[in-house]
Ligand binder design. Structure first.
Ligand code: GLN
Length: 253
């Protein structure tokens, strides 16, 4: 592709949903796009901001405590219809932990309040007594025939239940995952990815960053796009350390 593209990212509620350095995911997307000659324009999306069709190629939302989720959930739910239309139009999305929960139908939090969701993922979440904290390792197959691993860190009270027939993001090799029982983590609905994995997630899982960038580029250019491979030596080491930690101590209360 001659001449780089400008990829537009809608960062949902960056001032409220941003724990565990989730903002670091933005930095990774920005660098990996730039290393291929593309530019990332990040637009913050807060309460009342209009989401116009076709403007955004990728949406991102991070994690947060119940308190922050309560503050923004009604406004995010109001954006649900526009977000679903944007995704139907080809945009991609990554939602992490508290953001992941609010991409479902609802999150019943630790105080028992039912927070409305944006309805982009076929699931609901109910907070439990004990928090599920620790390192996590998953096996994923976003691209049929390509088994990959995802390594990260989880800390959530929420137990997420996927609808019958919904696709999880991956199989738990170590850690709690969606509910500590199903053996699955996250959810994938086409180009929308939801996960409990913090860390931040993308620095130690560059293949997922590239998958998201390729979806966003395809939306921007109208062509399926191949990203040139990168060295990723340091990223590979970070992934290995995280994966080993998960194998040795993930999924234990
Ligand atoms: N507040 C939510 C929970 O406890 C999400 C936490 C988070 O984003 N780490 O489950």
């Amino acid at each position: 592709m001659s001449g780089g593209a400008k990829i537009v990212v809608g960062h949902l509620f960056p001032d409220y949903l941003n724990i565990y350095a989730d903002r670091g995911n933005m930095a990774v997307l920005e660098s990996r796009a730039a290393w291929r000659g593309h530019q990332l324009e990040v637009l913050p999306l807060g309460a009342g901001v209009e989401i116009r069709p076709g403007v955004h190629d990728l949406f991102y939302v991070g994690g947060g405590q119940d308190r922050e989720q309560e503050l923004i959930a009604p406004a995010l739910a109001e954006m649900g219809e526009a977000l679903r239309a944007a995704v139907a139009g080809g945009a991609a999305a990554l939602a992490v932990c508290g953001g992941y929960q609010l991409f479902g139908r609802f999150y019943r939090d630790q105080s028992g309040d039912e927070l409305p969701g944006a309805g982009l993922l076929p699931l609901h979440t109910i907070a439990g007594e004990r928090r599920m904290i620790g390192d996590v390792l998953l096996e994923c197959e976003l691209v049929p025939g390509q088994l990959r691993s995802l390594a990260g860190f989880e800390n959530h009270a929420g137990r997420t239940y996927l609808d019958e027939g919904a696709e999880p993001l991956g199989r738990v090799l170590a850690g709690f995952g969606n509910d500590g029982e199903s053996g699955y983590e996250g959810c994938r609905a086409g180009r929308v990815i939801g996960t409990y994995l913090h860390g931040p997630l993308l620095p130690r899982n560059p293949w997922l960053a590239d998958w998201l960038l390729a979806q966003a580029l395809a939306h921007r250019t109208g062509e399926a796009s191949q990203l040139d491979p990168l060295e990723d030596e340091l990223e590979g080491e970070a992934h290995a350390v995280s994966a080993d930690r998960a194998r040795s101590r993930g999924g234990r209360y």
